[in-house]
Design a protein around this ligand. Structure first.
Ligand code: SF4
Ligand code: SF4
Length: 476
């Protein structure tokens, strides 16, 4: 330990820590723009200036702690320099807050009010720059808002390694630009730079001008896009801001997805597939139980399913690798003794999708294969002649593989042609409509919470398994 004093508080800092890290670790706030715990130190924003006894002012992000150093983070000199830096940083910054997607979560806005709060001292017109620069099909750049903190360029050099961004020109004509032969559009982690940008310079085309962030709330969840199981925040409209006209579908829609920092799984990052969850999850839903394509009541469907289970001599179940730990356990408890069960791969990589890399993306495109295989084994599904009943839970099974004459119970969340071919079809909820856990490929268990009400007609698989085992009443 290295003992230092910050604002008259004695602190035990870790050897090798910077003053900024020691301060933050001990609950002492120091403002920053360019510094990020997972990026190299750039030291260009000068917001973390502190005063060190005997040394004067210096940036805390690049200052290693030394025994006995005495630091002030809020002295009159520090405050004066912070204010001057904010005057400098906002010298050419447009006052766009009214139309900027970052409003409500912008560091520049917050720090301006906290540490400056005064109109610009400059009498010169602001330097104009590119307002809408097309960085990729996903990201727009507003160079007037950019404060050149270089978080975005460092991310592409140090984390995603696409080297897709650099800086062109000098002084007040400096601009972030894509590197000619390294398209940002091919970086599957590119959208992390939108979160990293401390101002509204990098804008998500998905989210552009869709809603203000204060109308939204984040719900903790887990990305089901691959076996990494990144923890995420699913942003959706707050109940008190539900829209009643225009497009009420917004009330039950994913507005955006951002990472939920988790050192054990994904750190502060996710890949773009995780951001695109709406495309994956907001497909048309199945909401009607059916008997060979004819709509029926839930009770009628369950009754028929129980008859088929009771009459089957060789029933096989293909268990979903998208089922939660709780659902998998419910299946094992209620139906595990009835069926010979195999774990099914529900999803595979789409054309053009990155299969696997060293950062986050895993080749297994299912979130809970680890938990499913722990309960039901790793053997490849066998559907021998003589199999007379197949319970298919979730997507990804080719119905052409069904043994001749076998009856089918199908539990699925989405509207698909196969639904109508099943002897019994039961519509089920998806993970944004219930609470539960997934276990990732490393064995780390992460929780997800419900974001939306399930559509009328869709039942929780857990309740269906109990009802299939015993005549119980299930409410959809
Ligand atoms: S675009 Fe944003 S993250 Fe990139 S340098 Fe400018 S302010 Fe920083
Ligand atoms: S790495 Fe996998 S789990 Fe993480 S965001 Fe991407 S698809 Fe989702």
């Amino acid at each position: 330990m290295t003992e230092i004093v910050i604002n008259d508080r004695t602190i035990d800092a870790q050897p090798g820590q910077t003053v900024l890290e020691a301060a933050l670790a001990n609950g002492i706030f120091v403002p920053t723009f360019c510094w990020h715990p997972k990026l190299s130190v750039a030291g260009n924003c000068r917001m973390c200036l502190v005063e060190v006894e005997g040394r004067g002012l210096d940036i805390a992000c690049n200052m290693p702690v030394t025994k006995g150093m005495r630091v002030l983070t809020d002295s009159p000199e520090v405050k004066a320099h912070r204010k001057a830096m904010l005057q400098f940083i906002t010298l050419n910054h447009p006052v766009d807050c009214g139309i900027c997607d970052k409003a409500g979560e912008c560091r520049l806005q917050d720090y301006h009010y906290a540490y400056n709060g005064e109109p610009s001292l400059s009498v010169e017109p602001k330097v104009r720059s590119t307002k809408y620069y097309n960085l990729s099909s996903r990201i727009l750049l507003d160079n007037e808002r950019c404060i050149l903190c270089l978080r975005c360029t460092r991310f592409t050099h140090e984390v995603s390694k696409s080297m897709a961004l650099g800086i062109e020109h000098r002084g007040d004509t400096s601009v972030i630009r894509p590197v000619a032969d390294r398209p940002l559009g091919e970086d599957p982690y590119s959208d992390n730079i939108i979160d990293l940008c401390p101002v509204g310079a990098l804008q998500s085309r998905q989210f552009l001008h869709k809603t203000r962030v204060w109308y939204l709330k984040p719900t903790p969840s887990v990305c089901p896009g691959c076996a990494r199981g990144c923890t995420i925040q699913v942003w959706h409209r707050k109940a008190e801001w539900r829209v009643k006209a225009l497009d009420p579908a917004q009330n039950n829609a994913i507005a955006r997805v951002t990472p939920l920092e988790n050192p054990a799984v994904n750190g502060p990052w996710i890949c773009n597939k995780g951001r695109d969850l709406a495309r994956l999850l907001e497909r048309q839903r199945a909401t009607e139980p059916m008997l060979r394509g004819a709509p029926t009541s839930l009770e009628g469907a369950l009754e028929r399913a129980r008859e088929l289970i009771g009459a089957a001599r060789h029933p096989v179940a293909l268990v979903s690798s998208w089922g939660s730990n709780e659902e998998l356990e419910a299946f094992r408890r209620h139906l595990g003794a009835v069926f010979t069960s195999f774990v099914k791969c529900d999803a595979v990589a789409e054309p053009g999708e990155r299969i696997e890399d060293q950062l986050l993306i895993r080749a297994d495109k299912n979130p809970n294969t680890a938990a499913a295989e722990a309960l039901f084994g790793r053997a490849e599904a066998q559907l021998p002649e003589g199999t007379d009943l197949v319970l298919v839970w979730g997507e990804g099974f080719d119905f052409a593989r069904l043994p001749r004459g076998a009856r089918v119970l199908f539990l699925n969340a989405y509207l698909q042609p196969e639904n109508g071919h099943a002897d019994v079809f039961l519509p089920i909820t998806i993970h944004t409509e219930r609470a539960g856990h997934f276990t990732n490929f490393q064995g780390v268990v992460s929780a997800f919470q419900p974001c939306f009400e399930p559509p009328r007609g869709a039942a929780h698989a857990e309740a269906l398994f109990a009802a299939l085992a015993a005549p119980a009443r299930v409410h959809a």
